[in-house]
Write a new protein. Sequence first.
Length: 158
Amino acid sequence: MDRQLAFVLKEEILRNVIKTHNTVLLAGWEGTGKTVTALKACRDLGDVVYFNAAGTDMREYVSLHCESAAVVPAVSELADIQAKQSLFIIDGVDKADGDTLSAITGVVSGASGDRKVILITRMLLDTRKLFSSINVVIRFKQDTAEVLLTDLCDLDNL
């Protein structure tokens, strides 16, 4: 499949899923388009906040794909901003330390009809502490994406 077409299909899948679900986990290896897809799919969905749990400076990259997204550089600011925003993209969840994971858990637990959260990780099992709050998992591959699970509550004990 053409790589450009694959990105368009991934965006469309995510756009449709985020309309009906509050917390979505994108899982897949590096280079499969998780971050770009999340940023592009959310451009028209309201106030977008991007946070990289690994601490990587992504401001330039984020503004390239979603000009209106606000980049939160520090975990301490994530808690302060969460009440005001409607859509969070939290990247690198698998690289989060204990304090950062606690802040992410606070954002995820506040997801509701008005607030959406997209979590991005390389490995599904690295996010098991958040399973009870995740509505949908989308697994990204190089040329496609597929909806895997729509209820992770039963997997909390992995």
